[in-house]
Design a protein around this ligand. Structure first.
Ligand code: CMC
Length: 431
C-alpha cells in the first residue's frame, strides 16, 4: 500500500480523526477505517458492502464504468481469444504467464488428480436422483475433506498447494458425476489425454454403449465459458470463501461454502434463471410485457442476466459470450434458435429503454451463457455447476492470497443493533 501520508479527516460530535488513505494501482482511493472503533468508538454501516474493500488483492481488477476485467492485469478478451483455461488457472494462482515448461508441469499435476476416491461413488448414491446438482456439489465438495486428510492442514504450504490442485482437477469430475447421477447413467471416468474442457464434456456426455468424440468447436466454447467465469474479485461467493477461510477452516469446506453462495439466483444461479425466463417469454411479441414487469416496482420480477453491482457498462464477458453463442448455434445448425432470437431482441429493447439506460443495466455474463450450454446439451440445472467449476480456481487463488496475507484476520463484521435492550425474562406461567 502506498501514500500512507495522505489522510482523510472525519469529524463527528467532539471527535476528529485522521484516517490513512491509500492509492491502489487501479480503481478508487481507499480510506483505512481499521482504527475507527478503537479511536472513535463508532462503526461504519454498509449493508451489501457497496463501499467497503474487505482486503487488498493483486488477482483480479474490474473497472465497472469502462466495462473492463483483468486477471493479473491481462484483459479478459485477450485471454478468451488467445489463452486457454488451464493457462488462466496458472495465471490466477501464481500471478504470471507460465513458460511452456511451467505450463506443462502444471497441466500434468492437474491431470494426475482428476479421479475421485472410489468410495465417493457411494456418497453420490445417497442422494435422490432428482436432487439439484448444486445440492450434490455442495455436499460432495465439502466431503472431500473427509477423503483427503493429508491436504487439510492450512499452515502447511505444500498441503495448501495439493488441496488447490485437487479441487481444480476434481470439481469437473464431481460436476459431471452429479449430472450423470441425475440422468441415471453410469459415471464416466476422466481421461487424462484430453484437455480440461474436452474431458469435462466427455464425462458429461459419453455413455459406455458408444464412443464419444469431442467436437473441438464445442470444446473451445466450453473452455471459453470456463475462462470467462474463472474469477471476479470480491463477489458474494468469493467473499464467502474468504470469510469461511478466515476462521482457519479447511480448503474443501471453504469452497463448498462458496458453491452454496453461488447457487443463489442473484449470483451464479442467474444463468439457469435467465434461460428459464427466456423460455417463459416464449415469443418475441411477449417481450414488452416482461420489460414492463421488470420496471414495475410492485412486481418482484427482474430481467435475469441484466444488471451488475460493479459493471455500469457492458459486462465484457457478455460480449465474448454473445459471439460464442452465435458460433455454437451455427455449428449445431440451430442459428434460428427461438431463445437466441428472444435474447437478442430483449437486449435490443432493454438497451433502448429509459429505465435500463438510466440505471445502467446491461446484459451480464449469464445472459448468453445459458443459451450456449443449452445448445451443447446441458439441462438448465447444470448451468450453475458449470459456473461453480469454472470459479473454483478463482476461489482458491483468493483463499491462498488471504492465507498468505499478514494483514488478514478472522472476518467479523459489526452491526447497527435495532433490537430490544436488556429486559427481564418472564416465566411462561406469568405471560
Ligand atoms: N431488472 C430490473 N431492474 C433491475 C435489475 C434487473 N435485472 N437489476 C437491477 N435493477 C434495478 C433495481 O430495481 C434498482 O432500482 P431502484 O434504484 O429504482 O431501486 C436498481 O436497478 C439497482 O439495483 P440493485 O438491486 O440495488 O443493484 P445491486 O448492485 O444490489 O444488484 C444484481 C446487482 C446483479 C443482484 C441485480 O442487478 C440483479 O438482481 N440482476 C438480476 C440477476 C442477475 O442477472 N445476476 C447475475 C449477476 S452477474 C453474475 C454473477 O455475479 O454471478
Amino acid at each position: 500500500m502506498t501514500d500512507e501520508k495522505r489522510t482523510a479527516t472525519l469529524t463527528f460530535d467532539d471527535t476528529t480523526l485522521e484516517l490513512p488513505m491509500y492509492s491502489p494501482s487501479a480503481g478508487p482511493d481507499v480510506i483505512d477505517i481499521r482504527r475507527l472503533y478503537a479511536d472513535g468508538k463508532v462503526f461504519t454501516y454498509d449493508p451489501g458492502f457497496t463501499s467497503t474493500a474487505s482486503c487488498d488483492s493483486t488477482i483480479t481488477y474490474i473497472d465497472g464504468d469502462k466495462g473492463e476485467l483483468l486477471y493479473r492485469g491481462y484483459p479478459i478478451d485477450q485471454l478468451a481469444e488467445s489463452s486457454h483455461y488451464t493457462e488462466v488457472c496458472y495465471i490466477l494462482l501464481y500471478g504470471e504467464l507460465p513458460t511452456p515448461e511451467q505450463l506443462k508441469i502444471f497441466e500434468q499435476k492437474i491431470t494426475k488428480h482428476t479421479m475421485v476416491h472410489d468410495q465417493m461413488q457411494h456418497l453420490f448414491r445417497g442422494f435422490r436422483r432428482d436432487a439439484h446438482p448444486m445440492a450434490i456439489m455442495c455436499g460432495v465438495v465439502g466431503a472431500l475433506s473427509a477423503f483427503y486428510h493429508d491436504s487439510t492442514d492450512i499452515s502447511d504450504p505444500d498441503q495448501r498447494e495439493i488441496a488447490s490442485i485437487r479441487m481444480i482437477a476434481k470439481v469437473p469430475t464431481i460436476a459431471a458425476m452429479a449430472y450423470k447421477y441425475s440422468v441415471g447413467q453410469p459415471f464416466v471416468q476422466p481421461r487424462n489425454d484430453l484437455d480440461y474442457a474436452s474431458n469435462f464434456l466427455r464425462m458429461c456426455f459419453a455413455v459406455p454403449a458408444e464412443d464419444y468424440v469431442v467436437n473441438p468447436i464445442l470444446a473451445k466454447a466450453m473452455d471459453r465459458i470456463f475462462t470467462l467465469h474463472a474469477d471476479h474479485e470480491q463477489n458474494a461467493s468469493t467473499s464467502t470463501v474468504r470469510l469461511a477461510g478466515s476462521s482457519g477452516a479447511n480448503p474443501f469446506a471453504c469452497i463448498a461454502a462458496g458453491i452454496a453462495c453461488l447457487w443463489g439466483p442473484a449470483h451464479g444461479g442467474a444463468n439457469q434463471a435467465c434461460l428459464e425466463m427466456l423460455r417463459e417469454i416464449g415469443t418475441v411479441d411477449r417481450i414488452p410485457e416482461y420489460v414492463a414487469r421488470a420496471k414495475d416496482k410492485s412486481d418482484p420480477f427482474r430481467l435475469m442476466g441484466f444488471g451488475h453491482r460493479v459493471y455500469k457498462n457492458f459486462d465484457p464477458r457478455a460480449k465474448v459470450m454473445k459471439e460464442s453463442a452465435d458460433e455454437v448455434l451455427e455449428l449445431m445448425g440451430i442459428e434460428n434458435n427461438e431463445t437466441l432470437k428472444i435474447a437478442k431482441e430483449l437486449e435490443r429493447i432493454a438497451l433502448e429503454d429509459e429505465y435500463f439506460v438510466s440505471k445502467k443495466l446491461y446484459p451480464n455474463v449469464d445472459f448468453y451463457s445459458g443459451i450456449i450450454l443449452d445448445a451443447m446439451g446441458f439441462p438448465t440445472s447444470m448451468f450453475t455447476p458449470v459456473f461453480a467449476l469454472s470459479r473454483t480456481v478463482g476461489w482458491i487463488s483468493q483463499w491462498q492470497e488471504m492465507l498468505g496475507d499478514p494483514q488478514s484476520k478472522i472476518g467479523r463484521p459489526r452491526q447497527l443493533y435495532q433490537g430490544a435492550t436488556s429486559r427481564d425474562y418472564v416465566d411462561i406461567a406469568k405471560r
